[in-house]
Design a protein around this ligand. Structure first.
Ligand code: BGC
Length: 669
């Protein structure tokens, strides 16, 4: 141990439990190295005035999730870590793994998914990518921070089972990568601020989930510092003016020296971790940009492709949309990254591709603040073209507020409708941090591409898909509902103080499946230029709750492409209410035209269990389960059946079941 806790005075110890300035820890009179932290998930946000605020804008977390590719998550982490190393940043304040409970949450672009397994497994690789470079991470925001509206005051009211199966699960899975820190959220969880919630931080995060690193407050999330320390929150960020509150708490006996030392020791351990010899820059600026484009390409989701309008092979193509000129594809707030990269015109990039199509730019047809003259320009361009490619942007979205709609802005919808009157071959590429209600215009266009926030090279990524250089291979990591009114959250919550998570475990596709509701595009959905057939499902039993699942995917088309296959598990006759299916594994594979690939994935005990509110533990109920292999959550291609027969003594009593069912009753009407 380089740093000995005994060398610190009480005042120094207390001052170590709070930040200095916005981003650093205290040096304790020069005795300790100061830890330097910076945001965030889409690249380095260096808001330190002494430093240059420029970095590589990586694709949003929404995109990372839409790749369904662990290698991409790892690459993203590694690339951002390079910029941390260059700027002496010790801890990157990322990734964010909060579940996309509501499509209007302003921060959905910085979160992975509505599904905890997908979110957790990808976050795990992102963390590995960063930490393998000797830079720490801060997995955030712990927990149940699923709405930006009134985030400092709202209490997320969630039952234990739902917390465990949905909201804690992504954290739990990602903890396998041993993130150095966890950031607590602003909101209250079941009536107590997350920052001072001892059952949550000590009881669940540390004791149950085994986290032994530093818990950091979100910036200004600590309301009562002594209570936070008692709850084992180690580091309050940013600077607090005085240590007097803590001192008084020690003097009155509210806080013991052991409680203080516990947090101090955690921070000392963290300082030591930051002093390592792994910190080496691997990529040049150009290579980082290339990595951003590579991930962007993997993340683009093709949603509609009527009459195979894509890829565009020939003809005159009008490219419409002012956003094609600038880098705009990101959200606002702490995940915002200043990039110096100047994107090239999409039409120029497309004209360089080896196709017979000829693109002309109508990039001056401003889709926002359009003059009558612009609108005329736009439809005239559309009228003259064989095909129109429109790149449109959703309203600005970001931290600290929710969206007020999931429709595109009225002016944008109007543009699409206008253009589609003058041209029957319209393709719309949508830049948005999350789900979009397309009901007003989707029937009027032949092609729809979901770009998400595809990073600073989104035009390059888009050009490679439109031209057919590569086949689209992203799939949705969240359900696109028909409209916001069709979801369990809706636009506004009814109670000013509480957010009742009354849908229970039925979140995202678990909800739409349970209530058999139509959606615009289901979870896991995405088209390809290739065609894939699934066959030969085999279930190899390792023990009662462990299986190897194998199946073969054949690319029956003449296009090389990647396919994301998904394994869901369904408890067929459960005594408690369980979602009709839950994602338990997935794979993304490159399969050449005409070739087949055998895929083998593992299912472990966690694929079958549910969390019993009554037993306060995970539990596998004996009986029949289905193993569903699909190309999306609503396109199941193969079904296998198994029986779980664990010893009788592992099964909970009828009484327990009744109790668990009772708890869920209020959710499951
Ligand atoms: C955000 C965090 C961020 C922190 C520091 C907070 O407002 O919620 O995600 O890491 O600011 O910028």
């Amino acid at each position: 141990m380089k740093y000995d806790i005994n060398n610190l005075t009480l005042d120094e110890k207390l001052s170590l439990l709070m930040g200095v300035g916005f981003w650093r820890t205290n040096s304790c009179n020069g005795k300790l190295k100061q830890i330097f932290m910076a945001d965030g998930p889409l690249g380095l946000r260096m808001s330190d005035p002494e430093k240059s605020p420029n970095g590589t804008l990586m694709p949003g977390t929404v995109n990372l999730a839409n790749t369904w590719d662990k290698e991409m998550a790892y690459l993203c982490g590694k690339t951002i870590a390079d910029e941390c190393v260059e700027n002496d940043v010790d801890i990157l304040l990322a990734p964010g793994v909060n579940i996309k409970r509501s499509s209007v949450n302003g921060r959905n672009f910085e979160y992975y998914s509505e599904d905890p397994y997908l979110a957790g497994t990808l976050a795990c690789e992102f963390i590995n990518g960063v930490q393998d470079k000797g830079v720490g991470t801060s997995i955030k925001h712990f927990c149940a921070n699923n709405s930006e509206y009134d985030r400092f005051n709202v209490s997320s009211e969630v039952d234990d089972r739902t917390l465990h199966e949905i909201y804690l699960k992504a954290f739990n899975i990602a903890l396998k990568a041993k993130p150095w820190t966890v950031m607590c959220s602003y909101n209250l969880v079941n009536g107590v601020y997350a920052s001072e919630n001892k059952p949550l931080l000590k009881g669940i995060l540390r004791d149950e989930m085994g986290f032994d690193g530093v818990i950091i407050s979100d910036w200004e999330a600590t309301r009562n510092h002594p209570r936070a320390v008692k709850a084992t929150l180690d580091l309050t960020m940013p600077q607090v003016q005085t240590i007097e509150d803590l001192k008084k708490a020690v003097e009155t006996g509210y806080l013991t020296i052991d409680e203080i030392d516990f947090c101090v020791q955690n921070i000392l351990n963290l300082i030591e971790k930051t002093e390592n010899d792994k910190k080496k820059v691997e990529y040049t600026l150009e290579q980082r940009h290339a990595n951003s484009v590579k991930i962007g390409k993997e993340s683009i989701v093709l949603l509609k492709n009527e009459e195979q309008i894509l890829p565009i092979k020939k003809g005159k193509v009008a490219v419409i949309g002012d956003v094609t000129r600038r880098v705009v594809s990101t959200g606002t707030g702490s995940a915002n990254v200043n990039t110096l990269y100047k994107t090239r015109f999409l039409s120029d990039l497309l004209n360089e591709k080896k196709t017979e199509a000829e693109y002309f730019s109508c990039e001056n047809c401003a889709i926002y603040e359009k003059t009558v003259y612009d609108a005329k320009n736009e439809v005239e361009a559309a009228y003259d073209a064989d095909t129109v490619l429109m790149v449109v942007r959703n309203e600005v979205e970001g931290e600290a507020y929710n969206k007020t709609t999931i429709k595109l802005p009225l002016g944008v919808e109007e543009s699409i409708l206008n253009v589609s009157k003058y041209n029957k071959n319209v393709i719309v590429a949508v830049i948005s941090g999350g789900a979009v209600d397309m009901s007003a215009w989707i029937d009027k266009v032949k092609g729809v591409i979901f770009l998400g926030f595809a990073g600073e090279g989104y035009n390059e990524a888009l050009a490679s898909i439109v031209s057919g250089e590569i086949s689209p291979s992203g799939k949705l990591s969240e359900t696109f509902p028909l409209c916001i009114e069709d979801t369990y959250c809706g636009l506004y919550r009814s109670n000013p103080y509480y957010d009742m998570y009354s849908e229970g475990v039925f979140v995202g596709y678990r909800y739409f499946d349970q209530y058999e509701k139509d959606v615009l595009f289901p979870f896991g959905y995405g088209l390809s230029y290739a065609k894939f057939e699934y066959s030969d499902l085999q279930l190899e039993k390792i023990n009662e709750t462990e299986y190897n699942v194998s199946y073969t995917i054949t690319n029956t088309s003449d296009v090389d492409a990647k396919e994301i296959s998904q394994v869901y598990v369904r408890d067929v006759f459960a005594l408690v209410s369980r979602p009709p299916k839950e994602l338990k594994n997935y794979s993304k594979d490159f399969i050449k035209a005409g070739e087949s690939k055998k895929i083998t994935l593992k299912l472990d005990r966690s694929a079958f269990e549910y969390y019993s509110n009554n037993s306060k533990d995970w539990f596998v109920e004996n009986g029949k389960f289905e193993i569903l292999v699909g190309s999306s959550s609503r396109d199941i291609r193969l079904v296998g059946k198994i029986d779980v027969n664990l010893p009788e003594e592992t099964q909970v009593t009828q009484y327990h079941h009744r109790y668990d069912r009772m708890l869920l009753k209020r959710f499951d009407q």
